[in-house]
Ligand binder design. Structure first.
Ligand SMILES: [Zn+2]
Length: 281
């Protein structure tokens, strides 16, 4: 159930406010000389259904930490508007019969934000794991932004037997295999950051918002507060040293930019952003 369609009372006012700000965002000039900077917004999407709390000591530590600690992990995607252009950051699980399947697809959720799939200019993947790439193929016209070392794995049929999620970019779609950071819209407001270690080409995202300030989305650099705080490294990461170097860089950026850090898989971080369909501005 979502309040955007026939709400009453406070929900209705909230929905009207959201609608009004959406109109303002679209009315503001995106580019050009003398134009105001494009309005940037950030909204979290639910891109999977929660499994029961996870015993994180089993797979999420290579140092026998977190003995018996159970954490509620969630599956998050994000939509970033920049004027009329849209970046979808991570694409969750594909809709399926699996218990962790999302209840609604990303295009269905975007519809509730009055965003059409055609507006999605970029799809950014933090990394190649199945709970991050599942719905990418629903945006075949978008430019795919992905770390080159992850793209090398995804585009290799032997390494990635199920290539369905990235099929559009194996058959002519536009893909940018990234070797460093990437300034998505050319004005520094949305930066894909090179943060290898969880996977070889893993990336995080910086979003610089006018009102809320700087927001850092971790990808899977960390999966929950405890391994972020203690520089814990999951046993299934591809490179321990790279993970630690990335955590060091990420934390320095967070400190220097006074950024809000959002750990994408940690339920405790959902409320750091306004809840869907509201947007952080
Ligand atoms: Zn992962």
């Amino acid at each position: 159930m979502f309040a955007a369609h026939a709400p009453a009372g406070p929900a209705r006012s909230a929905a009207l406010l959201i609608a009004a700000s959406a109109l303002l965002a679209f009315a503001s000039p995106a580019h050009g000389q003398g134009a105001a900077p494009a309005a940037v917004t950030l909204t979290r999407l639910e891109c999977g259904t929660n499994a029961p709390p996870t015993d994180v000591g089993q797979r999420f530590s290579d140092t026998y930490a977190y003995n018996g600690l159970k954490v509620q992990l969630v599956y998050s995607c994000y939509v970033i508007r920049h004027g009329n252009d849209v970046l979808v950051w991570d694409t969750g699980f594909a809709k399926s019969n699996a218990p962790t399947s999302p209840k609604q697809t990303i295009p269905e959720l975007l519809g509730q934000l009055d965003i059409s799939p055609a507006q999605v200019k970029y799809v950014g993947l933090s990394h190649y794991h199945g709970d991050h790439i599942g719905q990418a193929s629903l945006f075949p016209m978008a430019t795919l932004l992905v770390g080159k070392s992850d793209w090398d794995v995804l585009s290799d049929a032997k390494a990635t037997p199920n290539q369905a999620p990235i099929a559009p970019w194996l058959s002519g779609g536009k893909v940018e295999p990234l070797t460093g950071d990437r300034d998505v819209f050319g004005d520094g407001s949305v930066m894909v950051l090179n943060m290898p270690g969880h996977t070889p080409g893993h990336r995080a995202l910086l979003v610089r918002l006018k009102d809320m300030g700087n927001v850092l989305l971790t990808g899977d650099l960390a999966h929950f507060h405890e391994n972020y705080d203690s520089n814990g490294v999951p046993s299934f990461n591809t490179d321990r040293a790279a993970t630690l170097a990335s955590l060091d860089r990420f934390k320095q950026i967070a400190k220097n930019l006074k950024a809000t850090v959002i750990i994408q898989h940690d339920q405790r971080d959902i409320a750091k952003l306004p809840l869907f369909p509201a947007m952080a501005k």
